[in-house]
Design a protein around this ligand. Structure first.
Ligand code: ISE
Length: 334
């Protein structure tokens, strides 16, 4: 069954998702590219042979020739558009975060639960990254013994114009919140956060320490203005050894008594395979109605947003803040 898609948002993420479906995922067609900028929607549509363009996201979701929806619009629009897709009984892949606030995430959980079926997948694509998958497999197969710590570095070149200090925690760090839950298979019980002072007015790094309900420790550095390159690192430390994430580097240059390799400017190349596998899993979900066991659900989206809210509170207060994650509704228990 060919899935006819609406892509909502034609910015850096929407354009890349449209490209992935158009180039790499047979079994899908792009019915409409929607963006507040008609010109931006047209550019993406022309580059992907999408049938139509629009500036009205709710109309796109309601179209009879749209079977599934991908939301890559600004974070603050995610909840309303995800709720509209649920109301239309259409599978939806919502870019992270599911919503910046837990109240909106809870509205989505309530609406999806009321349908009695899973419709929402959240765009925490690192679960599909081969490096994180291998890290999790090594732990699950017992090679590391008991997991003790997970150290994470998440560095961007620079923040986009609209990026606020809190977004280091609410927009970027949810990748690590979700990846750590995925790899460790557990939940968090507390978070603390500190940040160094920059000499300029750019968004400074944030360093967080989280404790899990199984008494493990997760450290996360998010530096959205690292300047030198897009650089995501991770190390899982167990009682018998550790696993570090490999980064796909295709070549090293050896000239003049030195060797060098280059960094990506952003996440699209580093996580290209993760996005492809994530989007392929969503396509299968839309075709069969059965969600991927790896992919993030709306519940995972709620939990990451809840952790982010506590992280913002911890940074503001300078205190360690408890995290209480309730049991998920039956719809979200694998
Ligand atoms: C961005 O929204 C992403 O999702 C990227 O994967 C992440 O590295 C970046 O920090 C976020 O701002």
């Amino acid at each position: 069954m060919t899935i006819r898609l609406a892509i909502i948002g034609a910015g850096i993420m929407g354009a890349d998702h449209a490209r992935i479906f158009a180039e790499d995922l047979p079994g899908s067609t792009l019915t409409v590219i929607c963006d507040a900028s008609e010109e931006r929607a047209r550019t993406v549509a022309d580059n992907t042979d999408a049938t139509d363009i629009s500036t009205d996201p709710l109309a796109c979701i309601a179209r009879a020739d749209v079977d599934a929806v991908l939301i890559a619009s600004p974070d603050g629009t995610h909840a309303e558009l995800t709720l509209a897709a649920i109301a239309a009984s259409k599978p939806v892949l919502c870019e992270k975060p599911l919503a910046p606030g837990t109240a909106d995430c809870q509205r989505i959980i309530h609406a999806e639960t009321a349908t009695g079926r899973r419709l929402v997948q959240v765009g925490f694509m690192r679960r599909f990254d081969p490096a994180y998958s291998e890290m999790k497999r090594k732990l699950d197969e017992g090679h590391l013994g008991r997991a003790l710590m997970m150290h994470n570095f998440h560095r961007n070149v620079e923040t986009p114009p609209s990026f606020t200090g809190a977004m280091a925690i609410t927009n970027s760090a949810p990748h690590e919140f979700d990846a750590a839950r995925f790899v460790l298979g557990g939940n968090f019980r507390s978070i603390s956060a500190v940040q160094p002072k920059r000499t300029d007015t750019l968004v400074a790094p944030v360093v967080m320490i989280l404790q899990t309900t199984d008494d493990q420790v997760v450290t996360i550095e998010v530096n959205n203005n690292a300047a030198y390159g897009y650089d995501v690192r991770g190390e899982l430390v167990g009682e018998l050894g550790s696993v570090t994430l490999g980064t796909p580097v295709w070549s090293r240059t050896h000239i003049g008594l030195s060797a060098s390799e280059t960094y990506d400017a952003d996440w699209r190349s580093r996580f290209a395979e993760a996005y492809r596998l994530q989007n392929r899993a969503f396509l299968a979900f839309a075709q069969t109605g059965t969600p991927s066991k790896i992919a993030s659900s709306a519940w995972d989206g709620l939990v990451s947003t809840l952790i982010a809210e506590k992280g913002v509170e911890a940074l503001a207060s300078g205190k360690t803040v408890p995290i209480e994650i309730p049991e998920p509704p039956a719809l979200y228990r694998n």
